[in-house]
Design a protein around this ligand. Sequence first.
Ligand code: SF4
Ligand code: SF4
Length: 472
Amino acid sequence: MNNEENIQQEQKKESFRDRIATVDAQGKRKWIFAQKPKGKFYNIRTYVSFFFFLIFVTLPFIHVNGRPLFMFNIPQAKFIIFGKVFWPQDFFIFGIIMITFIVFIVLFTAAFGRLFCGWVCPQTIFMEMLFRKLEYAIEGDAAKQKLMAAGPWTSEKIARKATKHIVFYLLAFIIANFFLAYIIGVKELWAMMHHPADNVGNIAALMVFSAVFYAVYAFFREQACTVVCPYGRLQGVLLDKNSMIVAYDYKRGEERKKINKSEERTAGDCIDCHQCVKVCPTGIDIRNGTQMECVGCTACIDACDHMMESVGFKKGLIRYASENGIANHEKLHYTRRMKMYTGLLIVLTGLLTTLLLSQKDVKATVMRTPGLLFQEKGTDSISNLYNIKIVNKTMNDIPLTVKLEDHNGTIQQVGNTIHVKKEGQGAGSFFIILPKEQIKQRKTVVHVSLYEGDKKITTVKTNFLGPISSTN
Ligand code: SF4
Ligand code: SF4
């Protein structure tokens, strides 16, 4: 074979990468009728998904100090993570959480490939462990589904399709309710159910979420992973030859050949039964190598193990392994790149923990009133006017008074005690009055504290402007 022929053959071999498996040469969608997987991994994934569903439906009901454990109220820019509330003022913390999360994803993917997609991603879990299981129950296995799709609209087909879509919509509606609970909280959700007329916005959001979930699980399906999900598309840069992936052992499997009991087998262990392709929910052939569409669901491992067992070959022709593991029989190991990512992750997590722990429930910002310098107060004192803004993240209304913590001066509050409503914001103004002899420089650092009765809530530092005392 000359060089040109070699190149052509190589191009032909790689031509499957020119388009995704679920779209044909004309750009039309190819519907995947995935066979139901059976085996060890599928069973474990089923148990893991039960646990996931349990967490998903339980978390919105868990409250800490009167607040949900988690809430992601995007419209009000209010987030609660592990019972701690974050507002737009804390956006930098949210930024660090996002960076930590991205580094975690990068590290995790470098080490464990798409383990997240196959085992934990809500899209995969809901699709494969809930909606597809129901589809098998209503429409039958993959072969029956295919036959029904190609056949005429008989009364049985109409009944089964209608049942499936009603069940899918109801499930999507239930999921949308829980999803909304993570955004507005269960109490609001409850109120919305009891007074729908007062909650038109939330009802509209619920209908939109239900429609989107229904459309995704009934029609869009694996396209969410192969076309939309950015994580899937990043695999090419995140994975390396030491990453753990679902891989076909081409060294052992090739050359593929159907089993023929009447002759001595000289080919590889792959008996070309296509079971690994038939069970794949994204419709790919894992024997072509690592592909962007593979969501690491392990269905092909179970299918191939079953075939290997039935023909008396060793299991694990498709297994969790690294590219180096397959090519050079290297064991999965902890690489320098992974160590580097881990170091970065530890630093970020440390920073994040410190920031979270040092978060105060009442925060105050004190600023001198713009445009004003200082005022003479009688013959021996100077005053500065300040504005104070207070953020109260607690679940109680707080009446606050301002006190000077250092210097022998006084505070004169403008108006009465500042009342800050629970989970609200308050503002006020006050004068700091200092005797002239205490002012030794143009800017003097002063500390003011906020008190609720006798209880000090927080202390803030600010500057006091004045002329340099003539006694110095
Ligand atoms: S190739 Fe295997 S692991 Fe990847 S999506 Fe298909 S069945 Fe799942
Ligand atoms: S299931 Fe295993 S034996 Fe069958 S085609 Fe796939 S890799 Fe080959």
